[in-house]
Design a protein around this ligand. Sequence first.
Ligand code: C5P
Length: 232
Amino acid sequence: MGKDVIIACDFDSAEKTFAFLDKFTGKKPFVKIGMELYYAEGPSIVKEIKKRGHKIFLDLKLHDIPNTVKKSMAVLSRLDVDMTNLHAAGTKRMMQAAIEGLTRPDGTRPMLIAVTQLTSTDQESMENDLLIKAPIDEVVMHYASCASEAGLDGVVCSPLEAGKVHDRCGKNFVTVTPGVRFADGDIGDQKRVMTPAEANKIGSDYIVVGRPITAADDPVAAYERCCKEFIG
Ligand code: C5P
């Protein structure tokens, strides 16, 4: 498992995505395809980006009954992505079913990571809307433990939680962390942020970076700066 910078390709069309990726003539970055782009363009966007030589994190956050998730993961597995994800709230049984579906006949499979509590959920909305009364930090750590026990490879979490997740679930349990900003950059709508260097120090394995790279005047330079600060 290698440390890497994953660029969030939050575009709404293949055209905009390729205009962006065409700028990278050297190293092909690891990219994240989320719901917006996937729902706009379908599986072909995954195949085309893969063909261009990029690693892919397919961020579709599955959450359904175990049988449906298992069958959907089997379909996603055939797209040959490198990493995909689901909601830990779907239960351990759903996560185990997802692994079964994702595993190819030869025993290989993409990395599978879990979303714990979305960072848009706060203590108040968790208590009032979901009737979960435990402190949110405890809920995040509990979901991480469940994901680890179900055999998943890691979780998406805030860089601020990455160290605690490693303490609880072990060094090899991968932490994928969004909410990364350059020290001299715009925070935008993110609330709790870290620089790539800080994310490295605290033990993030992969950082997911969107606008600091996609909206930069020189995206390739911003990507290279990010890699240098995070990986060295
Ligand atoms: O542009 P920015 O760097 O904020 O993009 C971060 C990416 O990570 C987006 O694709 C966003 O949806 C995703 N993400 C996040 N916070 C989470 C989970 C995912 O920002 N808790």
